[in-house]
Design a protein around this ligand. Structure first.
Ligand SMILES: *Cc1c(COP(=O)(O)O)cnc(C)c1O
Length: 406
């Protein structure tokens, strides 16, 4: 059995495309990977999966790489699903959980998608990849490309967090700072693809990053013993994670692995400094209008136009969920207070979900006793610029005034 993939399907119009060759998009819109789920059901069950090593590759029957292809891996997944009683109490929730993706290689959940994309790129004999990035995707691409011996080109806005710049350089990628936003980086790659021999690893412009991100949903289901929570709060940029999880839940339902029919309300959260998805949601539109003058310290959410906008909005609406924007001015304080409540390394992107939870509980759109999962998509330490420090100094270590420390 090479893999359980049957074909690729255009998300915009259902066109079937073969999967045994390099594919990118159809009509400039993303592709779904489709599997023979009846064959998957006959081949494996949750008890067998439970006995496998704790990485995302434990779900291999639901992943696209053929059997004889060795995954390009840094040991990614499974990430902890942590109860958060202190933060829950502050937010008015009694059953709050954090899916802590900050503990993945390269410090963000981008490693899930890029481990998968680079595994497939290697399988197809691709030797040069390129990516536009708000930060973490570049770092993950650089690391996995290094691991696979593939050449990587990274294009990022000039004001991308410095840790992201550093991790790409350290991993040997060719890194360029662009005077513009991520939406200005994409076209540089698209126009240069032919001349440079690049394979474009942009969000949703190849079909496999989505499958890697899907494993967040598979893991969550397994960690909750195949019963899904009531609500998922997800900091949404390009939307791969939210779309991927919704796909995971529908595949699990088709497999009959879920113990109850209940699926979560998916809540897409953005900053009001860049909120194209909430804007389209409120307007009842299926496609989002590009956001002007996008500005947020949650760099992963600084995506003014997402090629998978309709897939995000479809998933949110099908799930009975919402898309909400929270005040940019409150993100850094929410991040600090959430970290100090739980010791979890919340990134500014996840802090938007903390703010959203507080608002939605107050508006009674999330009930106090519902099971809520908040995705912490990256590690706080990657964002040194967000929290300027001005710490008191002890000038003379031999004559400390203890009363002044209290
Ligand atoms: C990329 C990124 C996001 C947005 O993820 P999508 O799945 O593309 O919406 C959120 N948080 C962090 C830390 C990111 O790096």
């Amino acid at each position: 059995m090479p893999s359980f993939v049957t074909h690729l399907e255009a998300a915009i119009d259902g066109t079937r495309l073969p999967h045994d060759m390099i594919q990118t998009m159809h009509k400039d819109r993303p592709l779904w990977v489709r599997y023979d789920l009846d064959a998957v059901r006959r081949a494996v069950d949750p008890q067998q999966i439970a006995m496998r090593p704790p990485t995302l590759w434990r779900y291999r029957e639901l992943l696209p790489q053929p059997d004889d292809v060795k995954p390009v891996t840094l040991g990614e997944g499974m990430t902890p699903l942590l109860p958060a009683p202190r933060l829950g109490k502050e937010l008015g929730l009694v059953d709050l959980w954090i899916k802590d993706e900050s503990q993945l290689p390269t410090g963000s959940f981008k490693s899930r998608g890029l481990a998968m994309a680079i595994t497939m790129a290697g399988h197809f004999g691709i030797s040069r990849v390129a990516i536009p990035t708000a930060g973490n995707a570049g770092g993950a691409l650089a690391a996995y490309a290094a691991r696979a011996g593939i050449e990587a080109f990274v294009f990022m806005p000039r004001d991308t967090p410095v840790v992201n710049q550093m991790e790409c350089v350290a991993a040997g990628a060719k890194v360029y700072l662009v005077n513009g936003l991520i939406t200005d980086c994409g076209p540089i790659i698209r126009k240069g693809t032919e001349q440079m021999g690049w394979f474009d690893c942009s969000t949703l412009k190849e079909p496999y990053r989505l499958e890697g991100k899907k494993t967040m949903g598979l893991e969550l289901a397994e960690q909750f013993e195949w019963q899904l929570p009531d609500v998922i709060l997800y900091p949404t940029g390009g939307g791969t994670g939210l779309i991927g999880m919704w796909k995971a839940f529908s595949e699990l339902r088709a497999l009959g692995w879920l113990k109850s029919e209940k699926t979560p309300r998916m809540i897409a959260v953005q900053s009001d400094g860049c909120a194209p998805i909430p804007q389209a949601f409120e307007a009842g539109d299926r496609f989002a209008r590009p956001w002007e003058n996008a500005c947020t310290c949650a760099s992963g959410l600084r995506v003014p136009a997402a090629v998978g906008d309709f897939m995000i909005l479809d998933a949110v609406r099908e799930s009975g969920g919402l898309a909400v924007a929270v005040p940019e001015s409150e993100i850094v304080e929410a991040m600090r207070s959430a970290i100090s409540a739980e010791g979890i390394s919340f990134c500014p992107e996840a802090a938007t979900c903390v703010l959203a939870a507080r608002k939605l509980v107050a508006q009674r759109r999330i009930a106090r006793d519902e099971r809520v999962v908040l995705f912490n998509t990256g590690a706080a330490i990657k964002y040194v610029e967000t929290m300027p420090l001005d710490l008191p100094t002890i000038d003379n270590p031999h004559a400390v005034d203890y009363a002044a420390l209290d």
